[in-house]
Unconditional design. Structure first.
Ligand SMILES: NC(=O)c1ccc[n+]([C@@H]2O[C@H](COP(=O)([O-])OP(=O)(O)OC[C@H]3O[C@@H](n4cnc5c(N)ncnc54)[C@H](OP(=O)(O)O)[C@@H]3O)[C@@H](O)[C@H]2O)c1
Length: 276
């Protein structure tokens, strides 16, 4: 389990939903995959108003119907809605699509110049007070953005930063990851399989074979071994969900980690935050 700054435990392996809700023909498979993930214990589900223009939130709403209390639900507000009133209205729309009365963690999806962080914070604080969201956080924030956030009134209540982090994209190890760790702010690693690219990596296939595991399991285990890192792979395939869940049982030894460092180099200097 990871821990929010409040001390609340959160599952380290969750489920992403980007690209879900786009095609009616895939609806049943997507709901079944999310339900299987919940059955197995991948109880955190990550979605956003942006995904399929609300379609992914509707899929999630259908998947968690009747089992809301099992789920730690994460959704996100788009920067274009991120004014004081706009954030609250966007959250209300998300709650309707998700068919629930609360979001466990509500994130600002990314930062744009015109977004007034202080206003978003006011909206998040009002939403927490009203019980519509339990925690709030940010996404695609680098160290400087986080520092600015923490200087604002109420900013220290930030509960997570969701950023791209995987074996191919290790830039945050240089500064953001240790910065968050020192402040006990969990990092949610999005695109943990590099949008599927890592599954096809020859280097990773070789290392996985030696471990009797699959590339996706090694990629996820590599993230999950780290304190307070949450991984949210997306899969609409039940076989892939089972495979990904088994990553929780895979232990990587010193030599395995060294082999991964040789194949997927650590950053030697500050890199711009990777984004999709
Ligand atoms: N905050 C942000 O700005 C942001 C940006 C991007 C993503 N995210 C979140 O992070 C989640 C995950 O990232 P992502 O969707 O970009 O990419 P990802 O999880 O790294 O990769 C997803 C791709 O990998 C495939 N896959 C999953 N498990 C597999 C397995 N065991 N074997 C083979 N292929 C497998 C999936 O296909 P199948 O469905 O066929 O399994 C899908 O094509 C998103 O869904 C979203 O919730 C957030």
């Amino acid at each position: 389990m990871a821990k929010l700054p409040s001390g609340e435990p959160v599952p380290t392996l969750g489920q992403g939903t980007w690209n879900m809700g786009e095609d009616r023909r895939r609806r049943r498979a997507e709901i079944a995959a999310l339900n299987l993930g919940l059955d197995l214990g991948m109880r955190l589900i990550d979605t956003a108003e942006m995904y399929a223009d609300g379609g992914a939130e509707k899929i999630v709403g259908a998947a968690i119907a009747g089992r809301r209390d099992e789920v730690f639900l994460v959704s996100k507000v788009l920067p274009e809605h991120a004014t004081r009133r706009g954030t609250i209205a966007a959250c209300e729309r998300s709650l309707k699509r998700l068919d629930t009365d609360r979001i466990d963690l509500y994130l600002l999806h990314w930062r744009e110049q015109e977004v007034e962080l202080a206003e978003v914070l006011e909206a998040f604080t009002a939403l927490v007070r009203a019980g519509n969201i339990r925690h709030w956080g940010v996404s695609n924030f680098d160290v400087e953005d986080m520092q600015e956030l923490l200087r604002l009134p109420g900013g220290k209540a930030v509960a997570a930063d969701q950023v791209m982090y995987n074996l191919n994209r290790r830039g945050i190890e240089h500064d953001l990851l240790p910065w968050c760790r020192r402040r006990r702010i969990p990092v949610m690693a999005y695109s943990p399989l590099d949008e599927g690219r890592l599954v096809r990596s020859l280097d990773l296939k070789r290392i996985a074979q030696q471990l009797g595991a699959t590339p996706s399991q090694v990629a996820l285990a590599w993230l999950l071994r780290q304190n307070n890192v949450i991984a949210i792979p997306k899969s609409a395939s039940e076989a892939h969900v089972r495979e990904n869940f088994a990553a929780l049982d895979l232990r990587l030894g010193k030599q395995d980690l060294a082999a991964l460092d040789r194949a997927f180099a650590r950053p030697k200097r500050k890199l711009p935050l990777a984004t999709t």
